[in-house]
Design a protein around this ligand. Structure first.
Ligand SMILES: Cc1cc2nc3c(=O)[nH]c(=O)nc-3n(C[C@H](O)[C@H](O)[C@H](O)COP(=O)(O)OP(=O)(O)OC[C@H]3O[C@@H](n4cnc5c(N)ncnc54)[C@H](O)[C@@H]3O)c2cc1C
Length: 387
């Protein structure tokens, strides 16, 4: 039993003065430049393309990337601060739309040649080009080892045929980091190719209409004999599956943070509303059932956030977190499922109305336990590692 005769010792802080400074700058930007417009962008189904340039000028797009590529290197917590504060826009669609670069270019920044980094990373960090990641195909997203889009070598080119679907930023992207089959069946026949979207034979299908994430565009992509230079191959041929799995770790961390912020905002909205709204002559917060609901929501949010931070810190320390990040994603998204559901319940009919933030949080939340690997796939990973 601790607590007796012991000097209090400082507890671990995840965020330094530099992190907190960055948080302040992003918060101000979101307040001034995004919040006044976000409802309009959500309804329009897209945000202005100029936003990329604005974010790049402030250095936000380069957070976590090497300096020589125009980035601002830093640990996971700089990226966490960025994601948390951008989520304060109340639009996970905006965060996902801008964030497609963070699932598309890290693999190039880590495994690309200097020339590939110059062509495919630098312009994205500068806000001049939009990058998307293409893994999912109409035939299935979970079974990554079964990708069917083919890339057959023909001299100095690969001839790419096939299709992708549900691609975030697919409509506006300038380049797609695409998983293609360069070899035989299974996971060891897959490679990553960067395909420029003005390549003849590359076409974008319809913009898909979604339950949430309205401010981001999502589309199908078709490849019809696209000739892609062999120098666009990232890493080794047929070794792309490992790169995809590595990439997923950081995408899952980002999805944890998005889930936690979704929960946090739904909780804050609910606390405020419960103290304002009256029923049967007293505030909602006067009903024990509401108070306990809020207490449980707050407890879950706290636990989930701490789990995510702990795992992010271990990732920063170079400790393998494949099992843990899968657990954290399932935990964060099950918490955000519950908390957004309860928040709408606390708001009653108003919670179903578009002008209330909890309505959007509830809709936007639904994809979090599907994208970046479904809850079932997370459980597959966890169970394989514990059994
Ligand atoms: C808004 C949005 C944005 C997206 N953005 C991108 C993007 O930018 N790039 C990209 O590549 N993809 C993107 N995706 C795709 C997303 O990653 C996939 O939807 C997801 O991986 C699931 O694939 P699927 O939809 O084909 O479902 P399926 O793989 O067909 O799965 C259907 C159901 O079966 C379950 N299932 C499958 N296999 C198993 C198993 N072995 N055990 C138990 N249950 C199983 C799944 O969990 C799920 O419940 C996006 C999706 C959406 C909706």
């Amino acid at each position: 039993m601790g607590g007796f005769n012991s000097e209090p010792k400082p507890c671990q802080e995840y965020f330094s003065k530099e992190h907190n400074l960055l948080r302040k700058v992003i918060r101000e930007f979101v307040k001034k430049e995004i919040l006044p417009n976000i409802n309009e962008w959500e309804e329009a189904g897209e945000f202005p393309i100029e936003l990329y340039g604005q974010l790049a000028d402030l250095g936000f797009l380069g957070i976590g990337y090497p300096e020589e590529l125009g980035g601002i290197p830093g640990d996971n917590f700089f990226k966490i601060v960025y994601t948390e504060e951008m989520m304060r826009s109340g639009s996970a669609g905006l965060v996902a739309g801008i964030g497609s670069m963070d699932i598309a270019v890290p693999v190039i920044a880590r495994h690309g040649t200097p020339e590939q980094k110059d062509r495919f990373v630098r312009p994205v960090l500068a806000g001049e080009k939009i990058a998307a990641l293409g893994i999912t195909e109409p035939g299935g997203g979970s079974d990554v080892a079964n990708i069917r889009t083919t890339a057959v070598k023909d001299g100095n080119h690969y001839i790419v045929n096939g299709s992708k679907t549900f691609i975030t930023s697919g409509v506006r992207a300038d380049q797609l980091t695409a998983a293609v089959r360069t070899g035989g069946e299974g996971y060891d026949g897959i490679s990553f190719l960067v395909i420029e979207t003005d390549t003849p034979g590359y076409s974008v299908g319809k913009k898909l209409l979604k339950t949430g994430w309205w401010a981001s565009d999502t589309s199908e992509i078709f490849f019809d004999n696209c000739r892609v230079p062999v120098e666009n191959l990232i890493g080794e041929e047929n070794k792309g599956f490992y790169l995809i799995m590595e990439n997923f770790q950081y995408e899952r961390l980002a999805l944890c943070v998005m889930g936690n912020m979704t929960s946090q905002m739904a909780l804050e909205e609910s606390l405020r509303y419960a103290k304002e709204r009256e029923a049967f002559g007293k505030k909602l917060s006067g009903f024990q059932v509401t108070r306990h609901k809020l207490a449980k929501m707050a407890t879950l949010v706290e636990a989930s956030r701490e789990l995510t931070y702990r795992i992010a810190a271990k990732m920063d320390a170079g400790v393998d977190q494949i099992k843990e990040i899968s657990m954290a994603k399932n935990f964060a998204t099950s918490v955000s499922d519950k908390v957004t559901f309860d928040a709408v319940q606390i708001f009653g009919g108003y919670g179903f109305m578009r002008e209330y933030l909890v309505e959007r949080l509830y809709r936007d939340n639904r994809i979090l336990s599907i994208g970046g690997g479904t809850a079932e796939i997370m459980n597959e990973i966890i169970s394989k590692m514990i059994l």
